[in-house]
Write a protein that binds this ligand. Sequence first.
Ligand code: IMP
Length: 423
Amino acid sequence: MAVDLLLGLQWGDEGKGKIVDVLTSNYNIIARFQGGPNAGHTLEFDGIKHVLRTIPSGIFHKDSMNVIGNGVVIDPVVFAKELEGLDQFDIDYKKTLIISRKAHVILPTHRLLDAASEASKGKAKIGSTLKGIGPTYMDKTGRNGIRVGDLELSDWKEKYRALADKHEAMIKFYNVDVQYDLEEMEVEFFEAVKVLKSLQFIDSEEYLYQAQKSGKTILAEGAQGSLLDIDFGTYPFVTSSNTTAAGACTGLGVAPNQIGDVYGIFKAYTTRVGSGPFPTELFDEVGAKMAKIGNEFGAVTGRGRRCGWLDLIALKYACQVNGVTKLMMMKGDVLSGFKALKVCTAYNYKGETITHLPYNIEPENLKPIYTDFKGWKEDLTKMTEASQFPKELNDYIDFLEKELEIPIYVVSVGPDRKQTIFR
Ligand code: IMP
């Protein structure tokens, strides 16, 4: 069976957790392939809201297996707390959650390095979630990292000490004020490693290969968004992994010819947390209204998200890079009551009209060109089928489908599992 992918097409926070949760009943296995606890996948059902950080969003379905792939970076401290949060749900995660031996471990000093690096950048800071993501991937590509499989070896603590000592020297080199008590952090870390080690470690590429061969259905769950991809995103204001479709191949060991559907998720408008260019950002009361109605606050850091109109050029780019086959539009309900809507359909780039995402999208070079739409006033949150949609929403959807040449398969009209309309 082919492996389907589910990816965010903007700057993250598109609602991937909710959709994976909705789709999970169609799949035997849900697999995370990149990122780490910088992600906060929010799921709502039965009046409960739950935020997952590293654990795949299929965990609430008793019959699905959840794989944390080799491309993920795991912080045992965050992970142990995440497991604790699951205890109230009676989930047998020792059976249904399995972890790649090749996934890398986030050390306490990776978090400190993240803080030191950001502090040293001053105004040019990335706006990182400070979860140690960048430094851990740096150690991975620098071939210094500690992997989950290493935790099974007798000498792993020596390897840990050598790396943590090196990190402390690096923190001093940054010459910024980072306060910490490593001994205290290590007590928590080593306790959490014990919890991590109580789960099953696997050779995940082999597991997934055999699963495919035996006809099991697999959904690969992306984290962050395509515009935060280390190669194709708005570098350097990106995360440190490949968030796009290719990342699923390297982050799970799935061959490219085994990829089936690529579900691309986008919000009916655009948001971004952290620094970096955002051509359609709104600085007025319209943006503030989107933020308020959409409850646009980061699930991990609580930071307010920047809001703006839908950027069709950036969305087209993300569809291209990922090979999206089906689109899912989230948070259409947030736009109810906006008299007029705008979609960016071209850019003015240094005085010239262009319709592709150029290398440099800093505001001094690039201004959005908008197409106007009439808004809808109906509340969408109680709607259960597409036939109930107002004309203006249908016009908006039809326009996007025509421009992107990809069907919009799902329209989400609220945070709950049930508020999902298949078209
Ligand atoms: P890092 O991955 O924590 O280093 O953060 C790098 C950039 O990606 C920052 O702008 C973050 O705000 C952003 N970022 C990281 N993870 C997420 C996410 O899950 N959703 C939205 N933005 C994210």
